[in-house]
Design a protein around this ligand. Structure first.
Ligand SMILES: Nc1ncnc2c1ncn2[C@@H]1O[C@H](COP(=O)(O)OP(=O)(O)OP(=O)(O)O)[C@@H](O)[C@H]1O
Length: 347
């Protein structure tokens, strides 16, 4: 890296700056538009959105795999259009699809990444050992990943993305398809990496994941950021936990009657009560505390309640609260165009 570029990087206190970014694929699909972002160094930031919302397209634009069709992006102080090589050497990228080579052992996979990123030979062995320890793969370092679980392969992906000690790491839906235990394990590694000072940029479809990890997040829908805030602030728009009541006989009349009973119980604010197909749902900070009193009120009004659950808000609840619409999947996977289209606009 030249002295000039190093100086530019030092001068930058934001990890990512995006201004009016737009990416339109060559078939005319406007996958992202009007993206404005300032992500400070050290932050754990997330994009939360359903399938097809534009998360991967945005991330590929930030990591220089796609060139924005309008607007500008600066990553670690380097412009993605003018200085793509400098951007790439200053970031780690964990793509949705694993980059693990099953012919190589875990250690060799990391060694290979060291070659690609030009990690100096001196200290390489130590660096590889540290990374294997960081992602809990030291015990299987000399095994081929063909026998690894999905979670272990993802952990190896994390290690290969970190070989050159990048100050910023992009994680594109890193836990999709993993079981809950593997997900928790990856979360711990991500937290640890962030605590060591690395800026993290995550995309996810799970509010729970964004909530666990992110300092701030943007909700993305149809390629646009519709809200950016802390997870707590976004969740508070939903109003708290969701209390769901299932009635034995949920006819329209019974559901309307149940809603009236909930309202008249005085336990919850009126605008937190919503009808559902099964009965009624209430979004409230007091959902857990008032739930049993509500059951008594419903029973006294003659209802048989066959189901009762209290759950944390989901992505759907947040979307509903912000937009008044559910987070429907914009595009079915079978509609996904093939790679040839992407190559046409890729570098
Ligand atoms: N190569 C391509 N050519 C044309 N359109 C594309 C291409 N890749 C993606 N798209 C479209 O761009 C939009 C955004 O897709 P993108 O993959 O960025 O969304 P996503 O939020 O990452 O979804 P997922 O969770 O499924 O990965 C979708 O409508 C998708 O069909």
């Amino acid at each position: 890296m030249s002295a000039e570029t190093t100086e530019r990087r030092k001068a930058s206190s934001t990890a990512i700056t995006a201004r009016n970014v737009e990416l339109t694929y060559s078939d005319g699909t406007r996958a992202v538009r009007d993206i404005d972002l300032d992500i400070p160094q050290g932050e754990f930031f997330g994009f939360l959105g359903p399938n097809g919302a534009g998360k991967t397209t945005a991330i590929k634009t930030f990591v220089t795999l796609l060139q924005p069709t309008a607007g500008s992006v600066t990553v670690n102080g380097f412009d993605v259009g003018e200085d793509p090589r400098a951007v790439r050497s200053s970031i780690g990228y964990m793509a949705q699809e694993t980059s693990v080579d099953e012919e190589l052992t875990a250690r060799e996979n990391i060694q290979y990444a060291c070659e690609i990123y030009g990690v100096p030979r001196s200290g390489r062995v130590e660096r590889i050992d540290d990374l294997l320890a960081l992602v809990d793969l030291a015990d299987v370092a000399d095994k081929q990943p063909s026998g690894f679980s999905g979670g272990m392969k993802k952990r190896l992906d994390v290690a290969t993305a970190l070989v050159h000690e990048p100050p910023l790491v992009f994680l594109d839906e890193p836990t999709t398809g993993l079981d809950p235990r593997a997900r928790l394990c990856l979360w711990e590694h991500f937290r640890e990496i962030n605590e060591q000072g690395t800026t993290m940029f995550l995309t996810t479809q799970y509010l729970e994941e964004a909530d666990e990890l992110c300092d701030r997040l943007s909700v993305i829908q149809n390629g646009q950021l519709i809200a950016t805030d802390s997870p707590n602030a976004l969740k508070s728009q939903v109003g708290g936990d969701i209390l769901g009541i299932t009635l034995e006989d949920p006819t329209a009349e019974q559901r309307a009657h149940a809603q009236r009973v909930v309202r008249e119980s005085g336990l919850f604010e009126e605008d937190t009560i919503e009808p559902t197909d099964e009965g009624v749902a209430i979004a409230s900070e007091h959902a857990r505390r008032e739930g049993t009193d509500l059951l008594v009120a419903l029973r006294e009004a003659g209802f048989t309640v066959t189901g009762f659950d209290v759950r944390s808000p989901t992505l759907d609840d947040v979307f509903l609260a912000i937009t008044g619409e559910t987070a429907s999947e914009e595009t079915a996977d079978e509609d996904q165009p093939d790679d040839t289209v992407q190559t046409a606009v890729s570098r």
